[in-house]
Design a protein around this ligand. Sequence first.
Ligand code: 0GY
Length: 305
Amino acid sequence: MTTVAQKTPGWLDWDPAPSAPAFRLPAGAVDAHCHVFGPQAEFPFAPERKYTPCDGGKDQLFALRDHLGVTRNVIVQATCHGSDNSAMLDAVRASDGRARGVATVRPAITDAELHSLHEAGVRGVRFNFVKRLVDAAPVEDLRTIARRIAPLGWHVVVYFEAADLPGLEGFLGTVPTPLVVDHMGRPDVTRSVDGPEFARFLRFTDRHDVWVKVSCPERLSVTGPAAVDGRRRAYDDVVPFARRVVEECGDRVLWGTDWPHPNLTDHMPDDGLLVDHLPRIAETADRQWRLLVDNPMRLYWPEEL
Ligand code: 0GY
């Protein structure tokens, strides 16, 4: 019998009734960063995980996709599932071609296993450097994995805090695949968008084949969702950072909801509001189309272009 672990105390559940966004997503929009959690009775969480989420399975993800007007999803392996990609793969397989996956793998994975992940729809692996989420993997293991996946045409999704970039830059510069950075490298948005920390991040994206997700205003914001003018001003302090990335890396930016929003204890975002944040950071129809359709399609469904 499966033992069901209790959710981490203080952890907020995802919003079961997000608002209908006022912003209409362009046809073919991709949510390029979301997860599935379990359901744990079917897909138990990893023993080594650092948090236990509530369930957020594929049916609920697909319902959100349809509610928001999203066409496709990129389902990123979350740390609570470790390197057991079963829940993510089950969701990708059930999506009828409308989802791709990003997996977590160990260096000992066989070529046959990698090919089977590719067949299922996986197009990248994730290296997570956020210490509260995972114990650091040896750099040699990451090098091995990067070398093994390169021939498949995959990329490496990296998650790190802004303060850790200087220490990681040397290693990341040696990865022989494109890099995709989660949540804009988590800038401190109380600092200036013109300051040295964000300038360093932008230089880093410029020097290598680096794509950036302008996701997670709810994680980065200090002003929060309910700023001065209601919906239109939500997550105001994140806007200059995301807008700068969209302007400077227009053909290498991606967006995602981050549903079911792991590890939030302060507030749970309304996913409709996250969609309404988009025209503030991508201000023209062309920028919106590149961010939401053309860029993710080139990275995850190039054969359909
Ligand atoms: C995210 C963010 C977080 C969690 C994870 O895999 C994860 O557990 O990525 C976080 O807590 O910042 O990308 O969903």
